[in-house]
Design a protein around this ligand. Structure first.
Ligand SMILES: NC(=O)c1ccc[n+]([C@@H]2O[C@H](COP(=O)([O-])OP(=O)(O)OC[C@H]3O[C@@H](n4cnc5c(N)ncnc54)[C@H](OP(=O)(O)O)[C@@H]3O)[C@@H](O)[C@H]2O)c1
Length: 254
């Protein structure tokens, strides 16, 4: 039986990806800190579901998650857990930012490395790293740390994808780069979107289509695809100015 591991499955994009993988016939391992949410999700799933409580800001929890699942025939890893925060860099809380770096960057790095070795040994497997369109931008005024974490995820994923292609591996790795998605992200980041977001269900559909289609960069919404294309040609200073304006609107709309 095929098995998939989804981090951050207690809400939003992760929960929707878990549902879709279940409907594709996968046994799904779902993980997050809020186990009551995971238990509610498990009731909706048809196949065998395993719940693992883990705080991915802790390296030992990332390692525990791998140890508990490495013999469960995992062939799909969805590194989705993550969060953001808003504010001028000199006023945002350092401890929370370091925790964000631990979840958005370190946990993705650790789990990708551990599972990739196994996937390469078996010459099969898919890894989806949930980045953001933020990771395609030159920087994000008022969300500077969040944008930087997602740029790391995009860069790491693209680098590994090329290594895999160069050695003719059947293992595939992708970065999902959505713009706004209507989840609990804003409540956690304490902001509101400047533009209307796509649904987490649609985002999950595009994510899995791109992942199994072996696309390295997956940008689900048409508007963001255009923006990502424009970024390649527009001066970085201009993009930074526009991004800053959009971010400050998130604060105004609070
Ligand atoms: N929503 C957007 O507009 C948007 C756009 C682009 C990219 N993204 C990315 O999409 C991913 C999912 O976010 P979402 O929008 O679905 O937001 P969400 O509804 O807030 O879900 C975030 C998930 O991450 C988990 N998580 C957060 N901190 C964690 C920790 N320390 N340990 C373990 N799990 C943790 C949460 O679980 P617990 O709280 O239960 O632990 C939750 O399941 C994130 O990486 C986010 O950066 C979101």
């Amino acid at each position: 039986m095929k098995t998939a591991l989804v981090t951050g499955a207690s809400s939003g994009i992760g929960a929707e990806i878990a549902k879709r993988l279940d409907s594709l016939g996968f046994n799904v391992i779902i993980t997050a800190r809020r186990t009551d949410r995971l238990e509610a999700l498990a009731l909706e799933l048809q196949n065998d579901t395993t719940i693992i409580e883990a705080d991915l800001s802790r390296q030992e929890d990332c390692e525990m998650l791998y140890e508990q699942t490495k013999d469960m025939n995992v062939s799909v890893l969805i590194n989705n857990a993550g969060f953001g925060m808003i504010g001028d860099f000199d006023s945002t809380d350092l401890e929370r930012e370091l925790s964000m770096i631990d979840v958005n960057v370190k946990a993705v790095h650790i789990l990708t490395k551990l599972f990739l070795k196994d996937f390469i040994a078996k010459n099969r497997g898919y890894i989806l790293n949930v980045a953001s369109s933020a990771g395609l931008m030159p920087g994000g005024p008022l969300m500077a740390t969040y944008y930087a974490t997602k740029a790391y995820v995009v860069s790491l994923t693209q680098g590994i994808a090329q290594e895999l292609k160069d050695r003719g591996s059947r293992v595939s790795i992708s970065a999902l780069c959505p713009g706004p998605v209507e989840t609990e992200f804003n409540d956690v980041a304490e902001c509101s979107f400047a533009v209307k977001g796509i649904s987490p269900d649609y985002c999950a559909e595009c994510a899995l289509k791109g992942l199994f289609g072996r696309k390295t960069l997956i940008v689900p919404d048409a508007g963001m695809k255009l923006a990502a294309g424009a970024v390649k040609f527009a001066p970085r200073k201009l993009i930074l100015g526009v991004t800053g304006k959009l971010q400050s609107k998130k604060l105004e709309d609070q």
